[in-house]
Write a protein that binds this ligand. Structure first.
Ligand code: GRF
Length: 192
């Protein structure tokens, strides 16, 4: 893992597919004096991602490439990441699965926010599953990305109580609030 040297922040790319609330939160965090990272690139696999608006708002380079041809898309992204000297990648609501080859190129330098207490509920629809199974707790996990989906080493987790009255929407809202606290804390833990 890259270590923070002197005052230089680690150049980071955030990969998104949607709203980008975690992206916005990471950008804010990156601007803090003690943050180990700077956000230098936003990548999205779709031009419809609302989070892309933070590129203009915060003057951060953006790059969009559909994953229709994943190999080609990944090659282009890798070239760009190298060109921009990006050393760390945060997945934040990124809905595509990266190939083994891509992950190997960034071994130990890609992290993901997943909205469940892994290893429980890998993949999609985590909140629906938690409610359907009448779980008493849900939560979120920041983990390293490996070739196996949602299975890399866990960096940090945060639990959230599920109340009887909780719906998918209310639970998702509560978990997201915790995600915004957890992601920066996990990144500090990695680099400090
Ligand atoms: C979050 O719940 C994240 O855990 C999941 O997708 C959602 C993305 O939200 N992977 P946002 O785009 O960061 O608002």
């Amino acid at each position: 893992m890259v270590k923070l040297t002197g005052l230089k922040k680690i150049k980071t790319a955030v990969f998104i597919s949607g709203t980008g609330s975690n992206l916005k939160n990471l950008i804010k965090f990156s601007k803090e004096k003690n943050s180990p990272i700077s956000i230098n690139l936003i990548f999205s696999n779709t031009s419809k991602a609302k989070g892309l608006r933070f590129s203009n708002q915060f003057n951060i380079k953006k790059y969009i490439s559909s994953f229709k041809h994943p190999k080609i898309a990944e090659k282009k992204i890798l070239d760009l990441l190298n060109k921009e000297n990006i050393k760390f990648i945060c997945l934040a609501g990124f809905m595509k699965i990266l190939s083994k080859k891509f992950i190997k190129n960034f071994k130990g330098k890609i992290v993901n926010m997943h909205p469940s207490l892994l290893p429980k509920y890998k993949g999609l629809d985590t909140h629906t599953k938690a409610i359907q199974n009448k779980d008493k707790v849900a939560g979120c996990t920041v983990h390293f990305v490996t070739a196996k989906l949602d299975s890399g080493k866990i960096i940090l987790q945060k639990k959230v109580k599920i109340l009887k009255k909780d719906t998918f929407t209310s639970l998702a809202k509560k978990v997201l609030k915790q995600e915004h606290k957890l992601y920066p804390t996990a990144i500090k833990k990695i680099f400090n």
